[in-house]
Every structure is written in structure tokens, then in C-alpha cells.
Design a protein around this ligand. Sequence first.
Ligand SMILES: [Cu+2]
Length: 158
Amino acid sequence: MWNVRTMVATTMVMACVVGVTPTEARQTPRTITLTVTDPVGEKMSYSLKQITAKPGEKLKVRIVSMAQTPKIVMAHNFLLLKEGTNIKAFTDAAANARATDYIPPAFKAAIIAQTAMAGPGESMEVTFTAPTKPGKYVFLCSFAGHWAAGMTGDLIVK
Ligand SMILES: [Cu+2]
């Protein structure tokens, strides 16, 4: 029974982390956890499709990969892009940027925040300040083919 209880407790803690918690202090980043599992069919996604933030809010995004597939063929990151970025052009360039962990050098200026790639069982995080300009900002995984498979979402600043 001990194991079952621990699992239940862990699941409850994870559920809380995934949910949106109110900002307690301006200086303390609000943690947002995005989990990723192995693809279902051809589809791939983050556990959250949308993150809402206040202008200039400090956020910590943690990406947790629960995938089983080896990192070389299945890794995930979180990239937040500036408004107006040509997403198709960005991801096309990223697919050819394996040497730089799928971060396209020509598009570095378009990235607001990025984590390293997380392989199976790994988690990576990044702390950053949300844009001060209200709007919709795209986040995505830049591993080859993952954006096209659905691994993307929006950060809504309002
Ligand atoms: Cu991915």
C-alpha cells in the first residue's frame, strides 16, 4: 500500500504543478510544467496548449519528458518565439540544425526563451520574463518534425 499511496501523493503534487498557480511575489517565478509523452499515432503534444501570463511576469517553464524512446530520435525542448516570427521558416531551419540541438543559428534573435533538449525521463527548465507587450506568442518544440506533428502552443500575455 505504501507504493500506491506514494504514487497517489506524487500524482496530486504533479496535478498542482501543472495547474496555474497565482503569482505570490513579483520576484518569484511562477513555475509551469509541460509534460510530454511518446507520440500517440503521428501526434505529439505538450500537456498544456496555452499558458496565460501577465505582461512582464517572471515564469519558469519546466519541460518533463515521459517518453521512452531514445533521446537521439525523440527529444523535446521549449522555445518561445517573438511575435511575427515565420514559424514554418523557423522550424524548417531548425530541422536542419541538428548540430546545434535544433536551434537554427540564423533565427537566434527570434527566440525569447529556450530550454535544452530533454530525453526520456529528463526535465529541463528555463526562467524568463514574459513579454511586456500583450499578445499571443508561439511556443514550440524545435526537434525535427515535432512542430508539424502538433507540438506547439500559445503564451497569451494579457
Ligand atoms: Cu519534441
